[in-house]
Design a protein around this ligand. Structure first.
Ligand SMILES: [Fe+2]
Length: 297
């Protein structure tokens, strides 16, 4: 089957047809996907419907997969294997989680703008999210291309971002939704990770604003001023003109580049199943070493 790539709506979002998930992409197919993700930054693969094994193999074709943070802390039993982020409202037995449960509260932070795993020292490169069971209404995923955001920033703001390092933490995004219910062990397991606020995408050499709800404070600034600046940047980045909203169809897989995209899930009726799983490809290394920004990561 021939591959075709068709832009959808905003210029960073494209539909890729003719790619089978039955076997991992090799050679020319993989090269075309990498070129497309560098050009667009979000790709939707319709009718992919991968099995768990196919989903894992497809992600691994692009690099090493991250284990999820809940599997790293090692305490919580998981519904699915540790390479998958469980983007669902299901409990261990496949039943809908009560909306007031601890896990549902924790997952509520997925509805804030974020780059997957930016709370890790080596943050992620690509995410591959598969839609399995989806609500009829609500539950969309929205994306923002941070390359376009950087281009649109006022020159003065760009200068204020240059050389700045933000500290990202999972605890920060959970705090924003009012979730504080972490054990001491969990708190210790979640690291505080530095990333540049202005980041150059290594695949295309374009600069991106790197913000999101995991970003907690800025190195060298007092907490209030730093957080205020991060909030202002996020508010700028998430203006309507930068957002692309996707209404899911079962069987789709969406791939995005976390180095230059933030995303969020939208609300839906939590008594209805929304089942998705994600594999996440590790980044190429740490973006900050000994307080200095590493170029080309
Ligand atoms: Fe996410």
């Amino acid at each position: 089957m021939d591959m075709s790539i068709e832009p959808l709506g905003k210029d960073f979002f494209a539909r890729v047809c003719g790619v089978s998930f039955k076997s991992p992409p090799l050679g020319g197919v993989k090269k075309t996907i990498v070129e497309a993700i560098n050009k667009y930054s979000v790709l939707v693969f319709p009718n992919a419907a991968p099995t768990e094994e196919e989903h894992l193999a497809f992600g691994r074709a692009f690099g090493e997969l991250q284990l999820t943070s809940s599997s790293l802390s090692g305490k919580r039993k998981r519904r699915i294997r540790p390479e998958f982020a469980d983007v669902s409202n299901l409990d261990l037995n496949g039943r809908v989680l009560p909306a007031d449960s601890r896990l549902a509260h924790n997952k509520h932070a997925n509805q804030l703008w974020h780059s997957d795993a930016s709370f890790r020292k080596t943050s992620s490169k690509f995410s591959f999210l598969a839609g399995i069971k989806l609500p009829r209404s609500g539950g969309e995923t929205e994306f923002v291309d941070l390359r376009a955001v950087w281009d649109a920033l006022p020159e003065k703001t760009k200068q204020k971002c240059e050389g700045k390092i933000a500290i990202h933490s999972l605890l920060a995004s959970r705090r924003r939704v009012g979730f504080h219910d972490f054990s001491e062990e969990e708190r210790a397991a979640y690291s505080y990770s530095p990333h540049p606020v202005a980041r150059v995408h290594p695949g295309i050499g374009r600069k991106c604003l790197f913000v999101g709800s995991h970003a907690d404070f800025i190195v060298g600034k007092d907490e209030v001023t730093g957080r205020q600046f991060l909030d202002e940047l996020l508010e700028f980045a998430t203006q309507e003109r930068f957002i692309c909203s996707h209404k899911w169809t079962p069987g789709e897989v969406i791939m995005w580049d976390n180095r230059c995209v933030i995303h969020r899930g939208r609300p839906w009726d939590m008594s209805v199943i929304r089942e998705m799983r994600r594999v996440t490809v590790d980044g190429d290394g740490t973006t900050v070493v000994d307080g200095s920004i590493v170029p080309g990561i």
